[in-house]
Design a protein around this ligand. Structure first.
Ligand code: GDP
Length: 317
């Protein structure tokens, strides 16, 4: 059976799911819609961490230990910048710098950011479409006890320690969705929200009004995988963000984030006690081990997810 899949994905959790789908039986049918709201200018270069994590993971270039950045990296450029007196809290490896130089140069030449992202992915060997929600600049900004911070300052410089009072997606309200992302949403048979941060990864993609509207209108079957297992994040600050926004930090809280948009939420089997409450929100549930460590876990979860979709098709036929 052939069907098209669109995966909405952030960085690390999104890339794990993307890897599982790509290496599963329906990998050729996959398109990915990534998050650009973590992007910002660093040392004069436009850095796009989530998109690069997807590209590097899916082309087997990722530093598997860290889950981001390139393997076999060196940091002579960063050391040299440091000697020049630059503040180098954001780690950028020597090879990774090439990606940022390429991206910045093309942006300055007026090439659309989504074309550049697609070209980088293709040039590094990715054979499936990697799409951006918008070519406009959308940036996550956090109001904290240290004042307003851009995402990388909060995440990398201050290690998610500042207390969050408010999160905004600057530029999202007036951003125009890319025609490629709208076409992929309309064409998809299955739309999957990866187990990514529901606020600053998936939430930031949905913050572009045309994207959210298109997903809401899409005829695709829509499902999400909870990034919260037994009330805890596997990695990253999603727990702190959910708490700051007064949302429960568990799979039920994730269901609240996506209520009205998804048909099914895949939750971890450790969260089975939440299934009834999630179903009361009008969202079906399916349970499995959602922890992904190696490629076989990722493919297993991807197969479980696509199997849920195939079962709905059998019921309908
Ligand atoms: P970021 O942009 O790099 O923070 O990455 P994402 O937003 O894509 O992913 C972060 C989320 O992925 C966190 O909330 C994690 O709890 C979740 N996550 C990471 N690994 C796994 C996993 O193996 N299973 C599940 N269910 N969630 C995961």
């Amino acid at each position: 059976m052939s069907f098209s899949i669109l995966l909405l994905a952030g960085g690390v959790g999104g890339a794990k799911m993307a890897e599982g789908l790509l290496h599963g039986p329906f990998g050729e049918n996959l398109s990915i819609l990534g998050n650009i709201a973590d992007d910002q200018e660093i040392h004069g270069l436009w850095v796009s961490p989530d998109i690069d994590t997807l590209t590097y993971t899916l082309t087997d270039r990722i530093d598997k230990q860290k889950g981001w950045g390139l393997k076999d990296e060196s940091n002579r450029t960063l050391d040299a910048l440091n000697t020049l007196g630059e503040d180098t809290w954001m780690y950028l490896g020597d090879q990774d710098f090439a990606t940022h130089i390429y991206r910045t140069d093309k942006r300055k030449k007026g090439i659309r950011p989504s074309v550049i992202a697609g070209d980088i992915a293709r040039n590094l060997g990715l054979k499936i479409p990697l799409l951006l929600p918008t070519d406009d600049i959308v940036q996550t900004r956090l109001n904290t006890d240290l004042g307003w911070l851009d995402f990388q300052s909060y995440f990398v410089r201050y290690q998610c320690q500042p207390e969050i009072k408010e999160i905004v997606f600057s530029g999202a309200e007036n951003a125009t969705a890319t025609t490629e992302s709208l076409a992929a949403i309309a064409a998809a048979d299955l739309i999957i929200f990866a187990p990514s941060n529901p606020i600053v990864s998936i939430g930031a993609i949905l913050a572009v009004p045309q994207i959210k509207q298109a997903i809401s209108n899409a005829s695709a079957y829509k499902m999400a995988i909870s990034p919260i297992i037994a009330g805890k994040t596997v990695k990253g600050p999603a727990d702190k963000m959910l708490k700051a926004l007064d949302i429960r930090c568990d799979a039920l809280g994730v269901a609240h984030c996506y209520q009205g948009l998804i048909d099914l939420l895949v939750i971890d089997e450790r969260d089975s006690s939440l299934a009834n409450a999630i179903e009361a929100l009008g969202i079906a549930t399916a349970q499995t081990d959602t922890m992904m460590t190696d490629r076989s876990d990722k493919v297993r979860l991807a197969n479980f997810v696509t199997e849920q979709y195939l079962q709905t098709q059998q019921v309908m036929s």
